[in-house]
Structures are given as C-alpha cells and as structure tokens.
Design a protein around this ligand. Structure first.
Ligand code: DHK
Length: 145
C-alpha cells in the first residue's frame, strides 16, 4: 500500500465558509476535504486530510509524515508567516512539500508576503481558491508516483 499524501491545514481553516468569505470563499473545510479526496482517487493517491489550530500538533504531524507519508501539501494559515518550527519540521521530513493558500498572499498585507514554508517547498500555489488544493495534488502525483 502506497503511503498517503498528508494534506495539512493550519489555524482558522476550520472556519472556512464562515470566515471572510470575500477572501476565502464560501466552501467549508469539509467541502475542501471532499474535493481533495475525490481528486486524489482519480490520481490513484491516498490522502490524509487534517486541520489544527495548534502549531505543535502541526509539527507533530509533519514529523509523523517523514515515515508515514509520501509528500506533504500544506496550508499553514497564519503560521506560514511566523513559524520557524514548521519550517524546521518540513526540512527534517525530507519529503516533497507543496505550499497552498486559498488567497493570493502577494495581493494582501505586507506581513503575509513572506512565507517560512516556502523555504522548504518544492512549489507554491496561491490565489486560486479551493482548486489550488486539487492542482497541488496533480503536481504531487508527478512527484511521488
Ligand atoms: C490562510 C490564512 O489563514 C492566512 O493566515 C494566510 C491563507 C493566507 C490562505 O490564503 O489560505 O495569510
């Protein structure tokens, strides 16, 4: 059995659908999970889709991924812009990492325009909403299969 791709979501992404819909859209995180799982199935990938509001829990999952996953798709939410701990965990995982953001972080506040995650990412998809997760899966399929 091939290892799953971990699709990890950080703080406040559990609020999708309610939270600033003009920026993040009306889909809920459960809608995102359903679309990710469906696209993964067509690509022949297994996925483990998770969300946490806690930096340490995300770091634990990234550490787990080193042995248990084939790659990591990560929307770290606000921790993208602050967390050296997540960067260090991604570097230690030695796996392909694709960074995703629903919004175009480069059209937003200056503090969102720097990403620690990018330093460990093979590529970044931002500004395309929920389809960005599906595009990340397509790219990941090319990296892990
Ligand atoms: C999600 C968040 O929660 C923000 O903190 C980031 C990102 C952007 C997104 O666009 O998916 O700045």
């Amino acid at each position: 059995m091939a290892k799953p791709v971990f699709v990890l979501n950080g703080p406040n992404l559990n609020m999708l659908g309610l939270r600033e819909p003009e920026i993040y859209g009306r889909d809920t995180l459960d809608d995102v999970r359903v679309r990710v799982e469906a696209r993964a199935a067509t690509l022949g990938l297994a996925v483990a889709f998770r969300q946490s509001n806690h930096e340490g829990e995300l770091i634990g999952w990234i550490q787990e991924a080193r042995e248990a996953a084939s790659g990591i798709i990560l929307n770290a939410g606000s921790l993208t812009h602050t967390s050296i701990g997540i960067l260090d965990a991604l570097s230690a995982a030695e796996l392909p990492v694709i960074e995703v953001h629903l919004s175009n972080i480069f059209r937003r506040e200056t503090f969102r325009q720097h990403s620690y995650v990018s330093l460990a990412a093979k590529g970044v998809i931002c500004g395309l909403g929920v389809p960005g997760y599906e595009l990340a899966l397509e790219a990941m399929a090319g990296l892990v299969t």
